[in-house]
Design a protein. Structure first.
Length: 442
């Protein structure tokens, strides 16, 4: 028996050490983990890579385009010309092997490439801002659920203390009933209250566990069952309730840096440069071109025109020149493309105004929610203190025999309710301040 007791003690001691040593995630760690593993964030990061590739492509559009052309043709006494590179014509049966290197390079394209580069740069800037917007959204979401976990933890702590108090009440009532100082009904009332408090404790602990699982799912955490968070909000720097200023001040400080606004402005600028790209099709295009080629020819039933190496040397030819292309009529494609992008700019300008309006509304809502939460906390703390004093007075009356357990139970219930309201107000204020802090740019 002694051996079993020692074994059990070692097991529980090891389990306790393991649980205490298990890592608890702080709020910042949860946010960082969510950003690294969120699918939407990963998709937007990939979109940035796509825009970087597009920008690299447009920057390289100034480089020459070089191609190698090789051909081998046969002629069967056809009067038609079959040649390699146009240097020798075959009107008799034979074969020709030709090769040519061609190169073209834009000299002037109506600043199309230049404006395309600018457009791709702003597309990249928009994608980067959208990535930051996704990070902001996930940070706010994680912060809200994290503090909800702390809220349910606080509610469970209140319920646990109430259970301990109710157990003490049962013990005291049992002693008084056995001594004949109190009726049996008081013990029954105390036991009923203990059962009710234990039921509330189980419910609150279940809510806390569910809130941890929900947060773990938001983080895409694989090990949900062993996920724990840091429970000391004071150590996380979450107790500050100082307001950064008015809602208008917060809006003005964030309007130029808020990701959704930056993305909308970049989208407008990108379309403005794309409009210039399309208008470039109205202008002439000037290209530098050049080629070098040679060939080997063999006429059937005729003496050889020379050895392979000799023909390659003698048939070699070089060409260099410029090509001017002037658009005359392309079925109104350029006109319609220009008009379409002009409409896109108008739409994106409205999107920018809508983003500014939404930001203003979100900040105003967050600001006044924080203001109301601060007022609720102040009133909840006052109510909690008043209920505590009332309970102490009721306990004195109960000890002196001038009150019964029913009145004492009612006073305790009011105090517990006040404590729960205070906990709710506390974490609501923390949540509101945390959300408001995301909008404020220092």
């Amino acid at each position: 028996m002694t051996h079993k007791i020692i074994t059990a003690a070692i097991f529980f001691l090891t389990l306790s050490v393991s649980l205490s040593a298990q890592h608890r995630y702080s709020l910042n760690e949860c946010i960082d983990y969510a950003i690294r593993h969120n699918i939407d964030v990963q998709q937007r990061a990939l979109q940035i890579s796509q825009h970087e590739i597009a920008l690299n492509t447009s920057r390289n559009a100034w480089l020459p385009e070089v191609s190698l052309e090789l051909s081998h043709v046969f002629g069967f006494e056809s009067p038609a010309s079959a040649s390699g590179g146009g240097s020798v014509s075959m009107s008799e049966g034979g074969s020709a092997t030709t090769g040519m290197v061609r190169a073209t390079m834009p000299l002037f394209d109506g600043f199309k490439i230049k404006n395309q580069i600018k457009a791709d740069q702003y597309s990249l800037a928009s994608a980067s801002a959208n990535l930051e917007a996704a990070k902001k959204d996930i940070s706010i979401q994680v912060s809200t659920y994290y503090l909800q976990c702390l809220y349910y933890k606080g509610m469970a702590d209140v319920s646990r203390k109430q259970v301990e108090t109710s157990r003490e009440m049962v013990r005291r009532a049992s002693i008084r009933v056995s001594e004949g100082k109190r009726p049996r009904s008081e013990l029954a009332e105390a036991e009923a209250q203990l059962a009710a408090d234990e039921h509330v404790l189980v419910s609150d602990e279940g809510q806390y566990t569910l809130s941890l699982i929900t947060l773990a799912h938001i983080l895409n955490m694989p090990d949900v069952e062993n996920f724990l968070i840091e429970e000391d909000e004071a150590g996380l720097g979450l107790l500050s309730t100082a307001s950064p200023g008015s809602a208008q001040f917060i809006y003005e400080s964030s309007i130029t840096t808020w990701p959704s606004i930056v993305a909308a402005q970049a989208d407008i600028t990108q379309s403005e440069y794309m409009l210039k790209v399309q208008k470039a099709d109205y202008l002439p295009r000037l290209d530098l071109m050049g080629s070098i080629g040679t060939g080997y020819y063999n006429i059937f039933d005729k003496p050889s025109l020379g050895s392979f190496g000799r023909q390659l040397d003698s048939n070699r030819g070089e060409i260099i020149g410029v090509t001017l292309t002037y658009p005359i009529f392309n079925r109104f494609q350029t006109r319609n493309s220009v008009n379409q992008i002009a409409k896109e700019i108008e739409i994106k300008q409205l999107n920018l105004e809508n983003a500014k309006l939404k930001l203003r509304q979100d900040i105003q809502t967050a600001y006044y929610n924080a203001t109301v939460a601060r007022q609720k906390q102040e009133s909840a703390l006052k109510a909690c203190e008043a209920s505590r004093i009332s309970l102490e007075y009721e306990e004195i009356l109960f000890e002196e025999g001038r009150s019964n357990i029913f009145d004492l139970t009612q006073a305790r219930q009011k105090y517990v309710k006040a404590q729960q309201d205070a906990v709710q107000a506390k974490y609501e204020l923390l949540i509101r301040n945390r959300i408001l802090d995301f909008y404020y740019t220092r």
